[in-house]
Design a protein around this ligand. Sequence first.
Ligand SMILES: [Zn+2]
Length: 69
Amino acid sequence: MDYSNLFKGQKIDLTCPNCERKFKIDASLAFKRNSVVNCLGCSEKINLDTTDSRKKLDKIMKDFKKMFK
Ligand SMILES: [Zn+2]
């Protein structure tokens, strides 16, 4: 099962570690390892694996997998 389909079109919150600007990114981005997004505020390249979003998403994924077992 491709879990990324469950999150299609959904957004997750991301906070730039550099300028602390909050913005939303496509949730599907967070499924790829080492996804990099550019901050809208300071153009910092943010590796999603180093942010809280990854942890948040992993938790959501875990809950999802439980539901589908
Ligand atoms: Zn920034």
